[in-house]
Design a protein around this ligand. Structure first.
Ligand SMILES: [Zn+2]
Length: 227
């Protein structure tokens, strides 16, 4: 039987493979990834808990209330549907959400620390507010979902949330962008940890943040230059 939305499914598989390839993931390669079916309140969510050997048919179709509409989903992933859904509800422009336990970002989450905006790539990736921390609640529970909503409200200009004692949730307009947000957060966390040894990462001053965004947008508007 042909599966629905093959292009969207393949984009999720590509995003997951990208994170494995660059190493922005924990050793177990545990993670889950979803994509919104455009112009609907339904998502395709990975139905297995590892990014290894992920195939387009390994995604299930659900609505944002967590009802399974097509395919099957294992119990471990059924637990986390609402963790993804809350991002789509709170940030309607979101097209894809990825959750991993990427090592350095998760180290911040284990230390109950948010990530400040010291690394310029965060600014250029629309994370001027850094990466907020959502306080702990059992995996996928109403408490944990409420805490994610609170963290998203506290940081309008971000593309990721750290889940205390757990991992990281990153999002973007499409699966490639969500995967890239997870990567940038992981890089920022890794460098911030190294910077601790050297006296600590210094935040980019707020007036400079605006200048950095302005410069990025100015060059983006000018488009690709050709000789
Ligand atoms: Zn997890």
């Amino acid at each position: 039987m042909a599966i629905s939305h093959l292009t969207l499914r393949q984009a999720v598989v590509d995003g997951a493979n990208f994170l494995v390839r660059v190493g922005a993931i924990s050793m177990s390669h545990h993670g889950n990834f979803s994509v919104r079916v455009p112009n609907t309140d339904t998502i395709l969510l990975t139905a297995t808990s590892s990014f290894d050997n992920l195939k387009p048919e390994n995604l299930a179709l659900l609505d944002l209330e967590g009802r399974l509409l097509e395919g099957e989903i294992n119990p471990t992933n059924a637990e986390i549907v609402h963790m993804h859904a809350v991002v789509y509800k709170q940030r309607p422009e979101t097209g894809a959400v990825v959750h991993t336990h990427s090592t350095y970002a998760t180290s911040f989450a284990l230390a109950s620390r948010s990530i400040g905006c010291s690394y310029e790539a965060l600014v250029r990736s629309d994370m001027i507010d850094g990466v907020p921390l959502a306080h702990y609640g059992p995996r996928g529970s109403a408490a944990s979902v409420d805490n994610i909503a609170t963290a998203l409200s506290s940081a309008k200009n971000t593309k990721a949330v750290l889940l205390e004692n757990h991992g990281v949730l990153a999002f973007g307009p499409d699966p490639a962008a969500a995967a890239r947000a997870n990567l940038i957060v992981e890089e920022a966390a890794q460098m911030a940890i190294y910077a601790e040894v050297l006296g600590g990462a210094k935040p980019i001053p707020s007036e400079m943040l605006r200048a950095t965004v302005g410069r990025r947008d100015e060059f983006a508007r000018a488009g690709t230059r050709r000789a």
